[in-house]
Design a binder for this molecule. Structure first.
Ligand code: NDP
Ligand code: 2IT
Length: 460
């Protein structure tokens, strides 16, 4: 299905009006508006071209969450002082399955950020082709500098409210920034006490308490599988010898690095909120294992790596995009690649940008990359491996059975391959080039739209 490369004036006006309307209804939510605008640019003209979608006003409906829960989380710190945080759960749509998406604990969390993440999740979860609706949650809680006991008490207090809104057929949270298997363990422990055995109500659990093998690695591994598909399709060879620049040093970044290394790539950088490390020799397995251990301690800076490895350089307060590379993998957070960063990356020879994080690239930078012929894989396609294996965790919990690492890995590779295929199908331009951003947006939208039209649920 080839798509027109340029929009007519009428289409452009319709998109602008749509975005303006969303801005009016959701003022002061820049990240949410950014995510909606990125999708609307591709999807709104498509919606207008399909009479039953246009009539059903699918995109208008998808920009308004089914419901949003905002709640107080009260907990006690190690000094015995009462602390108050704000918790969120945005239940976006359950057309394809139970609301599904992670929980983020970070001081920057606000309604706009959780809504943008929940909105992205609609299209991502749809692309997996698993029965998953979309949601996201979290709190403005800062795990840095907190003791284990404080993290546990916070997670318990958070679940005191969250449990009223989740369930295996209702809403199934998982991890995201600041929420790893340790936090999921505490959250699940509290859910167990409040409600009894219900492993299917939360994913990202460790295997001992009903989690799926390979869930931990799934987002990072899936990202690399997706990049391999892109290279293969474009005749750009394999990852062997390719120079990769990665941001982040958390779950997604470290497992992407691990898999890329296994495939023979050269990992030049990692970053965290304090700066980035650059290893001119490329990180090897030993260094990566050391970094993994170091970063599993909350609040430790990557700077520490240099005290052990003298050849590794640390750049305080900087992002890694100035380092020459073939492939860039932003795996930290939203809007971490600006237009200036994009210019730098392109000048230095970057050919592929694949988003491990959600919305890490500002829209102007995406446009610039595309103009310059850089292949851009949007997060909703490239990082879908995490939620896909979460979906498989739900399947295993429902079956009261577990699959081997090899089984899950096979499914993950197959799912990433199919997502790539959908991007090709819907993102093929008239000149034969592939616009992965458009492909992912339209393919993700189309499945939800078809489901909505079939159920045709309109009240009033
Ligand atoms: P982690 O908490 O494990 O790691 C996050 C990493 O990014 C850390 O190194 C952290 O630095 C850094 N970071 C976070 N916020 C900022 C910031 N504002 N500025 C600079 N650095 C920052 O999170 P994940 O690896 O799970 O998530 C990373 C990204 O991937 C997010 O965008 C998330 O939404 C996305 N994602 C995650 C999935 C998952 O399964 N976990 C699935 C799909 C997408 P520091 O160590 O200093 O805190
Ligand atoms: O952004 C994401 O897709 C995630 N944080 C994972 C969500 C999940 O439910 O596994």
């Amino acid at each position: 299905m080839a798509v027109m490369t340029s929009l007519s004036e009428r289409e452009q006006r319709a998109i602008m009006e749509f975005i303006e309307e969303v801005r009016r209804v959701h003022p002061h939510e820049p990240e949410f508006l950014q995510a909606v605008a990125e999708v609307a640019r591709d999807v709104y003209p498509y919606e207008l071209s399909v009479p039953e979608y246009r009539e059903a006003r699918i995109l208008h409906r998808l920009t308004e969450a089914d419901r949003i829960v905002i709640f107080r989380v009260t907990w006690r710190d190690d000094q015995g002082r009462i602390r108050v945080n704000r918790g969120y759960r945005v239940q976006m749509t359950n057309v394809l399955g139970p609301y599904k998406g992670g929980l983020r604990f970070h001081p920057s969390v606000n309604l706009s950020i959780i809504k943008f993440l929940a909105f992205e999740q609609i299209f991502k979860n749809s692309l997996t082709t698993l029965p998953l609706g979309a949601g996201k949650g979290g709190a403005d809680f800062d795990p840095r500098g907190k003791s284990d006991a404080e993290i546990r008490r916070f997670c318990q207090a958070f679940m005191m409210e969250l449990h009223k809104h989740i369930g295996r057929y209702i809403d199934v949270p998982a991890g995201d920034i600041g929420v790893g298997s340790k936090e999921i363990g505490y959250l699940y422990g509290m859910l167990l006490q409040l409600r009894g055995y219900e492993p299917g109500a939360l994913t990202g659990k460790s295997p001992e308490i009903g989690g799926s093998l390979l869930r931990l690695e799934a987002t990072g591994y899936g990202l690399i599988y997706f990049v391999e598909e892109m290279l293969r399709y474009h005749g750009e060879g394999t990852l062997e010898g390719k120079r990769i620049v990665i941001s982040g040093a958390g779950n997604v970044a470290l497992y992407a690095a691990e898999k890329a290394l296994e495939k023979g790539a050269r990992i030049l950088t990692l970053s965290d909120s304090t700066g980035f490390i650059y290893d001119p020799d490329g990180l090897d397995e030993e260094k990566l294992a050391y970094i993994q251990k170091l970063k599993s301690r909350r609040g430790v800076s990557l700077r520490e790596v240099c005290t052990r490895y003298r050849t590794i350089q640390f750049y305080s307060g900087k992002r890694p995009w100035s380092v020459p590379c073939d492939i860039a993998l932003p795996c930290a957070t939203q809007n971490e690649i600006t237009l200036d960063d994009a210019r730098l990356l392109v000048d230095q020879g970057c050919r592929v940008l694949a988003e491990g994080a959600n919305m890490p690239t500002v829209p102007e930078a995406i446009e610039y990359f595309q103009e310059k012929g850089v292949l851009v894989a949007p997060g909703k396609a490239a990082n879908a491996g995490g939620v896909a294996v979460s979906g498989l965790e739900m399947t295993q919990n429902a079956m009261r059975w577990w699959w081997s690492r090899q089984d899950i890995d096979r499914h993950l590779q197959e799912i990433m391959r199919r997502i790539h295929e959908q991007c090709i199908k819907y993102g093929q331009m008239e000149d034969g080039r592939i616009n992965y951003v458009r492909g992912a947006n339209i393919a993700g939208y189309d499945r939800v739209a078809r489901a909505m039209v079939q159920m045709d649920l309109v009240l009033g």
